[in-house]
Design a protein around this ligand. Structure first.
Ligand code: DX5
Ligand code: ZN
Length: 224
């Protein structure tokens, strides 16, 4: 599967967010990843539906997918707002969904793609029952809450195992996304293990080069 890059603007220059997003889209990013944090499930408070609705015209014009990663308690209460704001894919944490199947159905009933994600210490078995219901599985390769963290090496075998399970179940169409600490080195490792979507934040926005240069370096590292 071709590898897509989903930049997370958590560590972008938020004083000029629109420009940063346009630079990112012009550089060929296939998705924009909105890291939504509520200060309860994770120790940080970030963006809401207003930011999603502000970015939606930009991603739509570029033909890029606008995806929301809900690192929030009780996501079922927020999903309609993010759908209304223009999110096209919503990913929820298994750790926050006692009725995970129903929450995934809620997302799909709104006409959106549905994703499920799990923290580094949550066993893969926690999401196995819903693999046939989702469009995407997001493997967290850091403990969620902040950009600029280091990729947890244990993530690689989780990615490998998950890709294996998807193949065994004939679910090759399910995207396997990885989020956290992705750079030109860990990107190669994650893709080799079976990831086909990479969430990348600080490697694009905090590094020395321009957004376009950083994205191009990432692409070169993973072979296009
Ligand atoms: C959870 C966030 C971050 C972010 C990626 O903390 O989801 O993982 O997207 O940030 P970097 O690429 O800087 O680790
Ligand atoms: Zn994320």
């Amino acid at each position: 599967m071709p590898v897509e890059i989903a930049p997370s603007f958590l560590t972008a220059d938020l004083t000029r967010l629109g420009d940063q997003i346009n630079e990112t889209l012009q550089a060929g990013a296939e998705r924009i990843h909105v890291d939504v944090m509520d200060g309860r499930f994770v120790p940080n408070l970030t963006f809401g539906p207003l930011v999603v609705s502000a970015l939606q015209p930009l991603t739509q014009a570029a033909g890029a997918l606008l995806e929301a990663h809900l690192m929030v308690e009780q996501p079922e209460s927020l999903i309609p707002m993010f759908a209304q704001a223009g999110a096209e894919l919503i990913t929820v944490h298994v750790e926050t969904c006692p009725h995970l199947d129903r929450t995934i159905q809620q997302i799909k009933d709104l006409g959106l793609r549905a994703g499920v994600t799990l923290n580094p210490a949550t066993p893969l078995v926690a999401i196995e029952a819903v693999l046939s219901e989702v469009d995407l599985v997001l493997v967290m390769s850091v403990n969620p809450g902040f950009g600029g963290q280091t990729y947890l090496p244990s993530s690689t075998k989780r990615i490998t195992r998950l890709r294996q399970i998807l193949q065994e179940r004939n679910l090759g169409q399910v995207d396997l996304e990885v989020d956290g600490g992705i750079n030109t080195t860990t990107a190669v490792e994650a893709v080799a293990a079976g990831a086909n979507v990479l969430v990348v934040g600080s490697c694009i926005y905090n590094s020395q080069g321009s957004v376009a240069e950083n994205l191009s370096n990432l692409r070169d590292a993973i072979g296009g």
